[in-house]
Design a protein around this ligand. Structure first.
Ligand SMILES: NC(=O)c1ccc[n+]([C@@H]2O[C@H](COP(=O)([O-])OP(=O)(O)OC[C@H]3O[C@@H](n4cnc5c(N)ncnc54)[C@H](OP(=O)(O)O)[C@@H]3O)[C@@H](O)[C@H]2O)c1
Length: 249
């Protein structure tokens, strides 16, 4: 029997990368999975890749109207919800001297406000024994040049995970954060030339104790652990999936 047999799961930002790999793994483990995204091209690609495996829904993870409407659809279906993987996120980097206010607002809208509102709207639908997993990042704990806004959003996620774990403990819902290190999810290639992304990868590999990037599947396995009953005594925690990036020198 799968680790998520007969569970109902929602993965925000499940059309590519870590979210897509996790949606596939959840489904393999017996869950009925819905994934969200916003980009018409990746939504279409995910629909064809996840056909028969998961439902793909266009829904902006930073919009309360979209979140509430998706929660209403789960409520109308009457299926409840067991696993909520709040993974949608964007990465915008720039030195503080070149800080762009619109990039700040959009980053906090999608990376922080969205997960908060998702917990507000979805947790009332969750059954006892349910699990919420938030995607943080190693940069919530370490300083990197150009990371001010993105890193702050991920530090906020770390904090949100603790508060939500405290508030939802009585409802028997666990809340944890999975914090990946540099992962070869396709995000490094976004908005970069082939040469730029190769250079970024080389620099990240050079700094990594395991001398490699992680894979989306490796992060997905950690998310599955936190989502399943294997982690039944774990809440308010942060699991680093980073090849030793934060803990090893
Ligand atoms: N890869 C890494 O090295 C790394 C390291 C640490 C943390 N992370 C975190 O891991 C998460 C997944 O990133 P990834 O590496 O897998 O990159 P990715 O492939 O770019 O995945 C991002 C996902 O979020 C979705 N998304 C973005 N804006 C959204 C919105 N407004 N509403 C709904 N969905 C939205 C994207 O779908 P659409 O484009 O269709 O909207 C996509 O499915 C992010 O939270 C990221 O910060 C990644």
């Amino acid at each position: 029997m799968g680790k998520l047999q007969n569970r109902i799961a929602l993965v925000t930002g499940g059309t590519t990368g870590i979210g897509l790999a996790t949606a596939k793994l959840f489904a393999e483990e017996g869950a009925k999975v819905t994934v969200t995204g916003t980009n018409p091209r990746t939504l279409e690609a995910a629909r064809s890749e996840l056909r028969g495996i998961a439902r793909v829904v266009a829904s902006d993870a930073g919009s309360e109207a979209d979140i509430a409407s998706l929660a209403d659809s789960f409520a109308r279906d009457g299926t409840g919800l067991d696993v909520l993987f709040l993974n949608a996120g964007i990465v915008k980097t720039a030195p503080i001297a070149q800080l762009d206010e619109a990039a700040f607002d959009e980053s906090f809208r999608i990376n922080v406000k969205g997960p908060l509102l998702a917990i507000k709207h979805f947790s009332p639908l969750m059954r006892p024994g349910g699990s919420i997993v938030l995607t943080g990042s190693i940069v919530g704990q370490t300083g990197i040049v150009g990371g001010s806004v993105y890193s702050a959003t991920k530090a906020a996620i770390r904090s949100l995970g603790r508060t939500a774990a405290a508030e939802l403990a009585e409802a028997k819902i666990r809340v944890n954060v999975v914090s990946p290190g540099p992962t070869d999810s396709g995000v490094i290639e976004k908005g970069a030339t082939a040469e730029q992304s190769e250079a970024t990868k080389r620099a990240l590999i050079e700094r990594s104790p395991q001398r490699r990037l992680g894979t989306s599947e490796e992060v997905a396995r950690a998310v599955l652990f936190l989502a399943s009953d294997d982690a039944s005594f774990i809440t308010g925690a942060e699991l680093m999936v980073d090849g030793g990036w934060t803990g090893v020198r």
